[in-house]
Write a new protein. Structure first.
Length: 262
């Protein structure tokens, strides 16, 4: 793999191995102390580097050592998070601890002052981005919920986008992770120790993260991603109890549908 000279000089002592967890299209190489993320250079890739810098001292996020762009590729070298992913067996087999961890992570995000946040991920902007994705054939129809499109769903992404524009909910703006899935949250002894994959992080409705987290929990316990994990002992109401809020199922459905276009 081609690597910019600055990146190579910073990983000379690292033995990097490919990480296969998660659904990112990026190539992620993990060493003992550092992580190298290689992906197409996009606004999302640039935003991840921007938010890593913004969140230093505010949240447990990786420290960016270098960010280089070459031949249309983004090379982001950063520190490695401590702890285990929220989708690890240790957490999956202890759903009460897992729900507490995920709720704690959301509350940490919401406490960050967004007054000078450099990333706008609010609904109007996300809908415009979704329109761009549709126009440029970037919607992955092979990785959507089974009832989103087809006989009992929307005819196509364009019809879904029209519905989303016509049914925009009120927003409760906070710092949003943007892809609050289990593989993107790390914990140590039940405490959040790291947030990764911050390309979609910015100011957005708090229910965006709640919806994506709820979907991630449901998929992981359904066996969609982990065949050897069962839902024994998992109660989705525990997640909302830990958050201290009642589930708004209309907003949860809305943001899961919106995410189908990304």
């Amino acid at each position: 793999m081609f690597l910019p000279e600055k990146i190579k000089s910073l990983i000379v002592d690292e033995k990097l191995e490919t990480d296969t967890v998660g659904m990112s299209e990026a190539s992620v190489l993990v060493g003992e102390n550092k992580v190298l993320k290689v992906q197409d250079y996009t606004e999302e890739a640039e935003n991840e580097y921007r938010m890593l810098r913004f969140l230093q001292g505010k949240l447990p996020v990786p420290l960016p050592y270098a960010h280089e762009v070459a031949d249309g590729k983004s090379y982001l070298l950063m520190s490695k998070c401590m702890g285990q992913m929220a989708c690890s067996r240790a957490y999956m087999e202890n759903p009460a601890v897992l729900c507490r961890l995920l709720a704690d992570g959301l509350k940490k995000l919401w406490r960050v002052d967004i007054a000078d946040c450099p990333s706008d991920q609010s609904l109007s902007r996300k809908l415009d981005m979704a329109e761009y994705n549709i126009a440029n054939g970037l919607v992955d129809l092979d990785n959507v919920e089974p009832d989103t499109f087809g006989e009992n769903g929307f005819q196509n992404p364009a019809e879904l986008l029209q519905w989303l524009r016509e049914n925009k909910p009120d927003e409760e703006l906070v710092l949003s992770h943007g892809d609050y899935c289990l593989p993107n949250i790390f914990g140590v002894c039940g405490e959040v120790s790291g947030f990764i994959d911050l390309g979609k992080t910015g100011i957005a409705d708090k229910w965006c993260d709640i919806a994506i987290c709820y979907r991630s929990l449901s998929h992981n316990y359904s066996g969609r991603y982990q065949k050897n994990i069962t839902a024994t002992g998992f109660d989705e109401t525990k997640f909302f109890q830990e958050l201290g809020i009642e589930p708004n199922w209309e907003k949860i459905r809305y943001y899961i549908l919106l995410d189908e276009l990304f």
